[in-house]
Write a protein that binds this ligand. Structure first.
Ligand code: TYM
Length: 327
C-alpha cells in the first residue's frame, strides 16, 4: 500500500497535528511505502513572508524527523520541488465543478465576510487532490477536519476514471479515533488551530514544560467536577480525556475510572506531566535535526524520489488525456 499525507509549513505545529496526523505517519512507515510532503504551495493561498516561509518549511521537515519519520524509510519532500503537483492540479481543475468547491466548509470559513477571495483558496482542495493522486496513494492519514477534502479527492478521481479509464487510484482517508479532532483548550467547541490568537489555546510541539503546564492548567472545563466523556455537554473535559487517552494509550473508560472522585486540578496536573513527558524527547531531537545538514540532504533526496514517481504518473495522465505531442 502507498501512503501519502501533507502538512502546511506554518509555525505552531500543535498536538492536534501530532495526534491527528504525524503520529500516524510514524506508525504507517513500518508497513507501507510512505510519502510525506510539506505543502508550501498550499501555504501561499494566504500571503506569506518569503523568508519566514522558507524557515517554516525546514521547521516542519525537522518536526517530521523529530517525531520519528525516517527519511531512509519514507520520502520526505517539499511540494513545490516537484512540478507535477501544480500540473496535475490544473488538469483536475478542469474536472472539478465550481459548485462542489463552493460547498467546502474550509473555503466558506476562510472567505467569510469577503466579497472576493484568492482563487487559490477556492481551488485549494484540487491541489490537495493532485498531491494524493500524483502518487497513486491508497491511504491518506489525516485529522477529521480534512474529511471533506478527502471526499472531493475521491469524487474527482472517480469522475476522471469514468471519463478516461483507470487513470487514478481512489484513496481512502485514515482517521484515528482519539486524535482525529483535538479541540482548542480555551474554547473546546472549536478545533485546536495553529493560527488562534491565544497561545494557551494550543500546545505546540515545541512548547517548553512551563508553557505546556500553563496551557493545560488554564484549560476551560465546566463546573460539575466530574471527569466523564460527554463531548456535547462537557466539551472541555472530553477534550482533555481524548488527549490523555491519545498520549497514554489507555481507553477513555479506564481513565474515567482512574479519576473517579478526583478533582479537575489533580487530573490536569497528571495530564500536564504526561504531555511534558511525551513532548520533551521530540523537542530535544528537533533542536539537533533542525541544525543538521542531514535535514537538507533528506529533502533533496526526497524530492528526487518523489519526482521519479510523479513523472511516471504524469506521463500516464497525459496519455489518458491526449495531452502533448510526444508519446
Ligand atoms: P494542516 O497543515 O492544517 O494540518 C496537518 C494535519 O493535522 C491535522 N489536524 C488536526 N488533527 C486533529 N485535531 C486538530 N485540531 C487538528 N488540526 C489539524 C490535519 O487534519 C492534517 O492531517 N490540507 C492539509 C494539508 C494537505 C494534505 C494534502 C493532507 C495538503 N495536501 C494531501 C493530506 C494529503 C492541511 O491544511 O493540513
Amino acid at each position: 500500500m502507498r501512503v501519502f499525507s501533507g502538512v502546511q509549513p506554518t509555525g505552531n505545529i500543535h498536538i492536534g497535528n501530532y495526534l491527528g496526523a504525524l503520529r500516524q505517519f510514524v506508525e504507517l512507515q513500518a508497513e507501507h511505502a510512505c510519502i510525506y510532503c510539506i505543502v508550501d504551495l498550499h501555504a501561499i493561498t494566504v500571503p506569506k513572508d518569503a523568508t519566514r516561509l522558507r524557515e517554516n518549511i525546514l521547521d516542519v521537515a525537522a518536526l517530521y524527523m523529530a517525531v520519528g519519520v525516517d527519511p531512509k524509510k519514507s520520502i520526505i519532500f517539499v511540494q513545490s520541488d516537484v512540478p507535477g503537483h501544480a500540473e496535475l492540479a490544473w488538469i483536475l481543475m478542469c474536472n472539478t465543478y465550481t459548485g462542489e468547491l463552493s460547498r467546502m466548509t474550509q473555503f466558506k470559513e476562510k472567505s467569510r465576510g469577503n466579497e472576493s477571495a484568492p482563487a487559490g483558496l477556492f481551488t485549494y482542495p484540487v491541489l490537495m487532490a493532485a498531491d494524493i493522486l500524483l502518487y497513486d496513494a491508497d491511504i491518506v492519514p489525516v485529522g477529521s477536519d480534512q474529511r471533506q477534502h478527502i471526499e472531493i479527492c475521491r469524487d474527482i478521481a472517480i469522475r476522471v476514471n469514468n471519463r478516461h479509464g483507470k487513470v487514478f487510484v481512489v484513496p481512502d482517508g485514515r482517521f484515528l479515533k482519539e486524535g482525529a479532532r483535538i479541540m482548542s483548550l480555551d474554547n473546546p467547541t472549536a478545533k485546536m488551530s495553529k493560527s488562534a490568537e491565544n497561545p494557551l489555546s494550543r500546545i505546540s510541539l515545541l512548547d517548553d514544560a512551563a508553557k505546556i503546564r500553563k496551557s493545560i492548567m488554564k484549560s476551560t472545563t465546566d463546573s460539575d467536577g466530574i471527569i466523564r466523556f460527554d463531548p456535547e455537554n462537557k466539551p472541555g473535559v472530553s477534550n482533555l480525556l481524548n488527549i490523555c487517552s491519545a498520549f497514554s494509550g489507555l481507553p477513555i473508560p479506564d481513565i474515567e475510572k482512574k479519576y473517579e472522585g478526583v478533582g479537575y486540578g489533580a487530573f490536569k496536573k497528571e495530564l500536564a506531566e504526561l504531555t511534558v513527558d511525551a513532548l520533551t524527547p521530540i523537542r530535544a531531537r528537533y533542536d539537533e535535526i533542525r541544525r543538521s545538514e542531514a535535514l537538507r540532504e533528506a529533502l533533496a533526496d526526497g524530492a528526487e524520489r518523489a519526482n521519479e514517481i510523479a513523472v511516471r504518473t504524469m506521463a500516464r495522465v497525459r496519455d489518458f488525456f491526449g495531452l502533448g505531442a510526444k508519446r
